[in-house]
Design a protein around this ligand. Sequence first.
Ligand SMILES: Cc1cc2nc3c(=O)[nH]c(=O)nc-3n(C[C@H](O)[C@H](O)[C@H](O)COP(=O)(O)OP(=O)(O)OC[C@H]3O[C@@H](n4cnc5c(N)ncnc54)[C@H](O)[C@@H]3O)c2cc1C
Length: 403
Amino acid sequence: MAVAAQPYLEKTDDQKAITDMVRQFVDEQIIPKAEHYDHEDEFPEPIVEQMKELGLFGVTIPEEHGGMGLDLTTYAMIVEELSRGWISISGIVNTHFIGSYLLMKFGTDEQKERWLPRMATGELRAAFSLSEPELGSDVQAIKTSARKDGDAWEINGQKMWVTNGLMAGLVFTLVKTDKEADPPYKGMTCFVCEKEPGVSENTGAHAGFNVPPKIKKMGYKGVESTELVFDGYRCPGENVLGGEEAGLGQGFVQMMDALEVGRVNVAARGVGIAQRALELALRYSQERKTFGKPIAQHQAIQFKLADMATKVDAARLLTLRAARMKDAGERSDLEAGMAKLFASESGKEVVEDAFRIHGGYGYSKEYEIERLYRDAPLLLIGEGTSEIQRMVIGRKLLQRHKI
Ligand SMILES: Cc1cc2nc3c(=O)[nH]c(=O)nc-3n(C[C@H](O)[C@H](O)[C@H](O)COP(=O)(O)OP(=O)(O)OC[C@H]3O[C@@H](n4cnc5c(N)ncnc54)[C@H](O)[C@@H]3O)c2cc1C
């Protein structure tokens, strides 16, 4: 029996309009230029300038602060498109998005008014910093510490792997403010540390905040990853996220909340890079001939393409589900963990299959897949490794299904 039903639509008209616009920008301005910036490991300043004009730094920032005021779902769709072009571009937006989320959710009115309008235009960009040389997964083991001295907090310590560490003007930094706290997470505070963008040795009000030369990486080039050295840096009490009274000791909880949306963001990046690898494989497999026919006509290659496309769609659906649940105000920690785990692992697998389909040419720098092959593994690590995602998923499953 036929049943009248609404046609299945993945995107609203508005979401389609904005993602079409971003896709066109990616096809015209990012994909043709990514090889150059990747090869030179150069910050893609002209692309970033165009992204500012398109408003892409203010996608989730409310309109009253100069942003577009869009939801996490639409943001995830945009991130997929940017990552399809080059994951380094989405990396420039990623930490900025987490910083603006932290401000929107936990900042005081004064903090929002002070920073969000310039963040919405991209004039002021944000990084976030948890990791240190001796820790990444074990966040409660942070050693960087702050001590109250007059009306400021003096911060000392070293941070590691800070994406946008040089070009950012604000770094949301997790610091120990009470070494005796038990459990340790209660003694951690998030400071909004201000500095001069692009300057490695800060002076004046920002003295004591230094950025060593960027870390050399196998992929994820163009966007810088840096250490940060705090050596007597004085952060005013008013820069404690949420205000000194309410924000002290809340840093761990605030950062973990932000990582939940960050995981949706990384999942969307996995979908984007996998989508691009699938497109490259579909094209190449119909062009390349072996044994008298296009390799796409060999069943082994078709099966690979089938598995790749299935993983891309499944990763996208998991990502959008997690985003939609968060937008609906529902708990989505389990779903965000699943999306991040599946989409990042699928991203790596789909890229590897596309690489195999390219045969020897996949190993050549003449082909885009070579860059994707170096870029994809980052997603297995950032915002919590796959092992950490499994820990989160397992713990949440048992909480939800306690007997
Ligand atoms: C390019 C890049 C950019 C980054 N950007 C940022 C950033 O902007 N801000 C930031 O704060 N950090 C950033 N990071 C750091 C990233 O979040 C950490 O690298 C990540 O959390 C893993 O930490 P780790 O490297 O210290 O590995 P470790 O924590 O030392 O882990 C090593 C291995 O042990 C496994 N492991 C750890 N604990 C357990 C356990 N309990 N059970 C089972 N296995 C376990 C891990 O999964 C991993 O396989 C970035 C990293 C990279 C590579």
